[in-house]
Write a protein of this length. Sequence first.
Length: 592
Amino acid sequence: MTNETNQSAGSFRLFMKIYRGWRNFRDLFASCLDIDYARKVEIYTQLSTSATLKDVVYWLQILFSAGIATLGLVLNSSAVIIGAMLISPLMAPILSQGLSLATGDLALGVRALVNLFLSTLLGVAFAVVLVALLPFKDVTPEILARTEPNTLDLVIALFSGAIGSIATCRKEKGVVTSIPGVAIAVALMPPLCVIGFGLGYAISLGDWKGIEIAEGGGLLYLTNLVAITFTAMLVFVLLRIDTIKVREAVRDWREKDSESSWWLNQINKIPTLEKARAVRSFSLRLLMILLPLLIIFFPLSSSFSKLRAEITKKQAENRTLQIVRDVWKRYEIDSEGNTRSYLDDLQINETDDKLQIYLRVFDNVPYTPAERAQFINLVGSKLGRKPESISLQLIEIPTSAREDVSPIAKTTPTPATVEQRQAFYLQQINDALSGFRLPPPAILIGYDVTTRSSGATILEMSYLSERRIDDDGEVALREIVRSRLNLPDLGLRLTRVSQDVKSIPFEGPEGRLDTEKLQDLSLAAEELRRHPQLQLRVVLIGDENDNGASEKKKNAILEFFAKSREISEDRIIFSEETESGGSDRFQITVGK
């Protein structure tokens, strides 16, 4: 009897120790965020207000961000899509949903759920209308990138929901519902517009591929929605935001708020909902959000497995390409040590039982059948394949020094793939536009070719300039380019990369980047990522009593580009100036 009593007492002490540790951890977490009673009431009331249906500005933001995101997806413009992410206010009702689950507040939960449903419906409907009205409906890479979410997207959404909730609760920041970093990481509006694009594609073209696109976008949107709600709920539970005093203060606020009172009256009219208001079980609320999270996990894990298989296949393909390229180098030099040829294009098509090699070379001496057979044997020995399983399509382009210009493709040619045709067109354009210049001050930094399903060819030129090329200039350039390429029906699209000088948003003497005003830097980083020849010139303004402030600012900028945008340090050029009343600034330039 004494032993049983001692065991019970020991179990009770262990339970109390765990409970005190949990309370201490929650108190420490709240103190780190400087969350007191007044701040908890403020968070609760402001998030409740953000779930309103009467805010006209909120609905305009949903409408406009959906329009911008849809057009950005159709135009395959990452910069435009980022702009839509920063406008979208969808984080507010999602955080409100997380708060309702953390506190068991049915009225807030219903309001947030209705708000999310109507926001989703409005965004999707507007995207469908836009897509139906557009004369072209190409499935761009930006759209395809949002149709196959995996578990990594779920992890990103979980982290983003946590940081979004914490940033909302921080006293010095106030209620922040559109933090640039969180908005860009989660990207709630683009997958929503992918749903609209897929539906609009299916309705206007009668193509069931649109339904598959809509399903993929819907899965990504639900993943973000559920994951953010879950982590927001955990953060609010850690903060103990539903203490008795807070509940009483919120109850007093609701009695004065007309919209809250209206919702409570509607809930009271439904007996089932009225009974549900009395359910305070945390485990039941946790199950309500964990269940959809687990359901979503299964298709996400399947996509992740597919992604891993594709990466493995790509790695194997890269290894094969490298081996073929290394073997071919032996044939680029003749027996006297002179350059015989150089490789222009190399492509492979590899399956379990067959390897097709496509080579295009410029040479001055044609390759004999014996040399081709020897090349196949060497590749086979390096890859552990039988020579019979390897086919070679060698396209030889004679140079001016070549004497023999007889027909060259001795092997049976295989039909050219889409990639091969695109490579061929790109090579033609590279040759035709060699030395091409845009009118000053515009500087040509790159171009891309798109072949649409209708057969039309679109050439997109990106240029760096302080101002846009006017309409008359565009018409003249279009005619010049068409004449050079001998393509009278070529479509030309000019995309300007701004060379404007813009300020860098630092806050405080510590030289920290202001996370609320990073849109210009984020857009600049996206342009640097798309165009490797660009660089960023940064001018840091200091004074005689700098105390290391310039170095801190420099490190903050380098960290932002390295971690968030994967831009190397050598592409960011820093200089320092002393200027009374001046501000830190940056400008995109062409690298030397």
